[in-house]
Design a protein around this ligand. Sequence first.
Ligand SMILES: *[C@@H]1O[C@H](CO)[C@@H](O)[C@H](O)[C@H]1NC(C)=O
Ligand SMILES: *[C@@H]1O[C@H](CO)[C@@H](O)[C@H](O)[C@H]1NC(C)=O
Length: 361
Amino acid sequence: MPLLSKYLTRAVITLFFSATVVQGMAPERRATVCNGHAELCEKSYGSVSFVGAHDSYAIGSRNMITVNQDQSITQQLNDGIRMLQMQAHLEKGEIRLCHTSCQLFDGGNLQSFLGEVKAWLDANPNEVLSLLIVNIDNVAVAQYDSIFKAASLDTISFVPEVSPVPASGWPTLGSMIDSGKRLVTFLDNGAESGSVPYLLNEFTNVWETAFNVVDPNLFDCTVNRTKGDAASQMYLINHFLDKLLLGQPIPDVSKLNVTNAASGSGSLGAHVDACVTLNTRPPNFLLVDFYEFGGGSVFEVAARLNSVQYNPTTPIASPLSTSTSDASTPNNNSAPALSYSYLVASVTVVASIVFGAYCLV
Ligand SMILES: *[C@@H]1O[C@H](CO)[C@@H](O)[C@H](O)[C@H]1NC(C)=O
Ligand SMILES: *[C@@H]1O[C@H](CO)[C@@H](O)[C@H](O)[C@H]1NC(C)=O
């Protein structure tokens, strides 16, 4: 009897402690909604389609030929943009987001842009976001690294075990959110060495279709730029329509409703359908101008590709009015004084056309 009770006591104590240990452990965080949908938690980042804002920082009145968006970065993100594309220039030693040149359009410095991104990510912990940086002046990744660190974005940046990552090799959105590493950043060049492991080489990971398309019948789904194996990489479609102004491509704002529509000739919907047919899988990133044209149609297209319902809780932003009074009150603090910048842009573009120096991309 005493022996039995001794064993029993020991067994009870063991059970008690193991139960306590298990209960005492912090429960693992498990995201149940990822990028707005429960279904996306189990999907690989590499098989989800995201809508991206082409030249996301080039914000202003659509009267300006150097502008590709008219909503603030926070508004873009609130409405559903999940890739911010940008052109980074080195101006007096600082990385600034300019369009073609900082004289033509200066959208502020990278650090304040990233500060706005960080604030939004903090307020939206169940979201995975991508950045695509066109490193036009070949700035060393170490300089980007210090700016990402200053904005506290390095600690939430995703680092793959090895890069490049094939489309099929990416973790699920759920696991990225659970781990807190939910910002994915690509550089079109300069990240080849991998010396800053969260700054990923775009073209070894992603291929792109042609850009600066000026005929809606010519939106295509074939490989235009890559430095990897297109068959296994993620891919990005450039779905923004330009027109030529004295030989220079500028956004064709008059056709935005058609270009950004969910279906019909020349639409984003038709473009992705053609790409699914040709490449037997959906594009990962859909890059558009003035995303809010169509009243959410671009997000509807992505939702269809992701097999989820597009159900925004609040209506997305309305296009900014292009009247003169609006043009002098920009809706984003990173936009420069528009009248001045419009003047400079106009003069510069006229000059550039004369000298054939600029190509707006
Ligand atoms: C890629 O697209 C650009 C313009 O968008 C074009 O000039 C170039 O010829 C294309 N290159 C290839 C390899 O398709
Ligand atoms: C274009 O979209 C705007 C708002 O998104 C709408 O007011 C306008 O009627 C549309 N125009 C056409 C031609 O569809």
